[in-house]
Design a protein. Structure first.
Length: 491
């Protein structure tokens, strides 16, 4: 992760220390990415005057560069139009099973219960979805398909006990350009337009520094820096922190989630954790700061058709699951060591399958002598041979007793074997953040709401705790952002 030595004090000012308020609004939103835009729209729809401050010169944040998955379900109109049945109970059961130890179950419950309504709200804001299902494993759909599996719902261990449904909802792109007006852009633009059309003011080039607190400890404003000038902004009803994660604060990453230290971040460098630190200064509790999502830089369609082995030549996961689960298992349990072992047929089929942007490079080594491959790849002698032998024997019998890869992907690997070396090729972002209520209130270490302080998006712990599905960030950021804005406006 790109490092930046950042340590700006986040100590709050007292209102008495503010000589002049330069601006004011009922609700002040910090950050204008997905959570900020939804919070601003939610607060404005509730009748509050809203000012959003944004560090960069424009709106969008990481969300506008994102692939666009929004994790939604429970029977959305898009799921139905694509022929899938889902229910809030199934969605809750999957999230509880898949998102790891430490999920906030109250958040999961309300998210599952109101997911259909949230989808409808996004559509009402103008987010376009095309009713077409993309049926391949992948990091994203090949074109502008609107729905795909994005969390391992259709793979072991979930598919056996929880009715699988695809929940990766993707805004339709007019002309697919991921990273540049991709699905994330097609989500955030309508949310920003909705917010601005309802009277939200946006103040760009304004970097949040600190909170301002009243004598009773409630939050009543913020201080930002605009072109070197300190600007104090009063919040009559509340402040919503929505400025992203701490992925680009090297010190916090090293302190809390060292597995990501020194690795590229799947975020933007504005995610510096300042808002989180400011909230901690006024007593905020944090949750699961050591958890992260990790992307492995490999083609999911190739992995599903191949074996993924660790630095000891051993398999460690079913290769047909959500690639983010493979990434997390690789980074956290396998010391970031993963190699893909494929035959020519696996490569040919993966290349031929429709896919998004990811290309399949040539393998690092190819040979029909496995011992030679082990030596070239630096794997212990006999390790890969044993793995291949066991896999091929059970696959020939139509089974995968170790990791339960689905029958669709099972067959013995034949002929010359190629190895794709993806050791160290991962990137990620932290999942942990401020502990918040389902209405976005920031909770203190006693579990009580800090008056005047709200948060949403990756500044908080959302629905994913120690494992992830694509779409959780845009999903819970927009869902809980809107709720936080409404709650702040209602004070
Ligand atoms: C390439 C890529 C693809 C991704 N694909 C997906 C996907 O398909 N689905 C998904 O759910 N997630 C995806 N993500 C992750 C997702 O984009 C982010 O986790 C999500 O945008 C977080 O939402 P947020 O509102 O918390 O932060 P952001 O959307 O980044 O918004 C935060 C805003 O706050 C601003 N800000 C930061 N610090 C300050 C400050 N001090 N003062 C004022 N403003 C500040 C930032 O400039 C930014 O505009 C992807 C990420 C990347 C990098």
């Amino acid at each position: 992760m790109e490092t930046k030595p950042v340590r700006r004090s986040a100590r709050p000012l007292t209102a008495a220390e503010v000589s002049t308020w330069n601006d004011e609004a009922d609700v002040v939103v910090v950050g204008f990415g997905v959570a900020g835009a939804a919070a601003a729209a939610g607060a404005a729809a509730s009748g509050a005057s809203v000012l959003a401050v944004e560090r960069t010169s424009g709106w969008g944040g990481a969300a506008a560069m994102a692939g666009g998955f929004i994790y939604l379900g429970g029977g959305t109109a898009l799921q139905k139009a694509c022929g899938f049945e889902d229910s809030p109970d199934d969605m809750y059961a999957f999230m509880k099973a898949a998102f790891g130890t430490g999920t906030n179950d109250e958040k999961l419950a309300i998210y599952a219960e109101r997911s259909v309504e949230h989808f409808d709200w996004l559509v009402s804001c103008g987010v376009p979805f095309r009713a077409k299902f993309f049926d391949q494993p992948g990091w994203e759909p090949a074109a502008d398909e609107g729905l795909m599996y994005c969390g391992g719902e259709n793979a072991h261990p979930f598919a056996e006990t929880i009715r699988p449904a695809p929940r990766g909802h993707l805004p339709q792109m007019a002309d697919k350009r991921t990273g540049e007006r991709g699905g994330g852009y097609m989500l955030v633009k309508p949310l920003v337009d909705t917010a601005l059309a309802s009277g939200v003011r946006l103040r760009t080039d304004s970097r949040f520094e600190r909170l301002v607190i009243d004598a009773d400890g409630s939050v009543c404003g913020i201080v930002v820096t605009t072109y070197g000038e300190k600007v104090a902004i009063r919040a009559r009803r509340g402040v919503v922190l929505a400025s992203g994660s701490f992925a680009y604060n090297a010190e916090l990453v090293e302190q809390h989630v060292p597995a990501l230290s020194g690795r590229p971040g799947s975020a933007i460098e504005e995610h510096d954790g300042q808002a989180m630190r400011a909230a901690q200064w006024v007593g905020a509790d944090v949750a699961h700061m050591d958890n992260c999502e990790v992307a492995i830089h490999a083609d999911p369609g190739l992995m599903a058709r191949s074996l993924v082995v660790n630095g000891l030549g051993q398999r460690f996961i079913n290769e047909d699951t959500y690639p983010g689960r493979i990434g997390v298992a690789t980074a956290l349990q396998q010391r970031n060591q993963a190699l893909i072992v494929a035959d020519q047929r696996a490569v040919d089929e993966a290349v031929a399958a429709p896919k998004g942007t990811r290309m399949i490079p040539p393998p690092n080594w190819v040979s029909d002598d496995v011992a030679e491959l082990e030596a070239e790849a630096g794997l212990p002698q006999g390790s890969l041979a044993a793995t291949l032998d066991a896999y091929n024997r059970s696959a020939a019998a139509g089974a995968d007793p170790l990791f339960h890869k689905a029958a669709q992907w099972l067959r013995p690997l034949e002929g010359p074997i190629g190895i794709f070396d993806v050791r160290g090729q991962t990137s990620g972002f932290p999942l942990g953040g401020l502990r918040t209520s389902v209405d976005g209130a920031v909770l203190d270490v006693d579990g009580d709401a800090i008056p005047g302080l709200y948060a949403a998006g990756r500044t908080t712990l959302g629905i994913a705790a120690s494992n992830y599905a694509s779409g959780c960030s845009l999903g819970d950021g927009s869902f809980f952002g809107r709720r936080a804005g409404r709650a702040a406006a209602a004070v």
